[in-house]
Design a protein around this ligand. Structure first.
Ligand code: DP6
Length: 344
């Protein structure tokens, strides 16, 4: 019998960054992210009867065969013990679509691996609903670390932290107590460059292994996660801005001070950051930025200053930008099962 399972999982943007890993994709420090809503990957898994003894897995990205990612997905799926029975008995076809342009600099591996792990786990023998996210998150992490944070929203914490119950290096947990202002956070992604990045995140993580400032960085990030949990509960924008921006700059400082140093920010990135500082000085409004491993700037702001930010963006930033993607904090993913009798 043919069965299809569809999942839609969002990307996420880290406020406290995961940078450095060890063992089986275990993080060197805890990280905390905001889950997005409009930037998501939708994955459909189709299971049919197998025709040969070999592994049968086809991967299509936006309707096209994608050899490079197929190889990454095939390696990922065949390495997980949890999926071995599935591969033994079925031919798999995975179709993946992103809601955002490929070149936008949004972490597509986070949403893609969250969705891929979710459909594959759902296809395996029944997992109780209570532990589904945790198990799927743990499997998604093995595909891409940040993917495990896409299972919860609006904020998720990944990494074992002293004093935070249930926190783990293997999977993320939701940050439960969130002030209303932080529930409606916006993220306007300012695209200053839409080419693929020159140094991959994997290389960047590896450079933390012998980084002279690694221990201080890991300690800082863990402390920032603990502080951020309280900040999100209390609605404290001043501290939110200070930690979020310091984290973004620390991430890039780590790249610039690695033994094999490199720089991903561009002149436009610096210009935008300076404009944000000036805007805050002029207005006192809680607009701040974060950066991913690339030159694009994520503008973070609460719903109630939306119009002010829009005007600022049009007047002061538009000329430095290729495009803008407007997103917002979201609540995580969804999954649905269909067999040939329809949805169940
Ligand atoms: C800078 O999750 O992409 O976005 O585990 O090697 O797939 P892998 O890395 P990845 O790293 C994300 C790094 C970051 C910060 C973050 O999302 O926390």
């Amino acid at each position: 019998m043919e069965q299809t399972i569809t999942a839609r999982y969002p990307s996420n943007i880290a406020l406290v960054k995961y940078w450095g890993k060890h063992g089986r994709q275990l993080p060197c420090n805890a990280s905390l992210s905001m889950t997005l809503s409009r930037a998501y990957t939708e994955v459909t898994l189709q299971l049919t009867e197998k025709k040969s003894k070999d592994t049968e897995l086809d991967y299509y990205f936006e309707g096209q065969r994608n050899e490079a990612f197929q190889e990454r997905v095939l390696q990922y799926v065949s390495r997980q013990e949890a999926f071995s029975e599935l591969l033994q008995h079925h031919a798999l076809r995975i179709d993946s679509y992103n809601s955002f342009p490929h070149s936008a600099g949004i972490a597509s591996s986070a949403s893609a691996f969250a969705a891929i792990a979710a459909v594959l786990l759902r296809a395996c023998s029944p997992v109780p609903d209570t532990s589904f996210e945790q198990e799927a998150g743990s499997l998604a992490r093995l595909g891409s670390g940040s993917a495990c944070r896409s299972f919860y929203g609006p904020y998720a914490l990944w990494g074992d932290l002293d004093g935070v119950a249930q926190s783990s290096d293997r999977y993320a947990i939701p940050v439960e107590a969130i002030h209303p202002h932080f529930r409606s956070m916006h993220d306007a992604i300012l695209i200053v460059e839409d080419k693929p990045k020159t140094v991959s995140s994997s290389v960047g993580h590896a450079l933390m292994n012998h980084h002279p400032y690694a221990e201080a960085r890991f300690r800082d990030a863990n402390r920032h996660c603990l502080e951020m949990i309280t900040i999100l509960k209390d609605g404290d924008f001043t501290s939110f801005i200070s930690i979020t921006e310091r984290e973004a700059l620390s991430l890039h400082a780590m790249m610039m001070t690695s033994v094999d140093y490199y720089m991903l920010i561009k002149p436009e990135t610096v210009h935008i950051i300076n404009q944000i500082f000036q805007f805050r000085k002029d207005t006192g409004l809680p607009l701040c930025f974060t950066l991913d491993a690339g030159p694009n700037v994520h503008l973070l702001y609460p719903e109630y200053i939306k119009e002010d930010v829009q005007a600022f963006l049009e007047h002061h930033l538009r000329s430095s930008l290729k495009s803008v993607i407007y997103d917002q904090a979201g609540t995580g993913g969804s999954i649905s099962l269909n067999d040939r009798h329809g949805a169940i």
